[in-house]
Design a protein around this ligand. Structure first.
Ligand SMILES: [Zn+2]
Length: 54
C-alpha cells in the first residue's frame, strides 16, 4: 500500500497544475492517447475514490 511519502500524486513533482484549492487541485495529465485528461487530486492522501467521505 502506498503512503503519502511514496505517493507520486501527493508529492506532486513536475505536475502541470491547472487549479488549486483548499481541498484538492486539478492537474493536466500529458497522455497522447487521452488529450485533455485532467486528474483531480485531493490534498490529503486518498488512494481510491471510494475512500472519500460522501
Ligand atoms: Zn497520495
Amino acid at each position: 500500500m502506498r503512503t503519502v511519502a511514496t505517493c507520486n500524486h501527493c508529492r506532486g513533482e513536475g505536475e502541470d497544475r491547472l487549479w488549486e484549492g483548499p481541498l484538492f487541485r486539478v492537474v493536466l495529465v500529458h497522455d497522447a492517447g487521452f488529450p485533455g485528461w485532467c486528474r483531480v487530486i485531493w490534498n490529503t492522501h486518498v488512494a481510491e475514490l471510494s475512500d472519500l467521505p460522501p
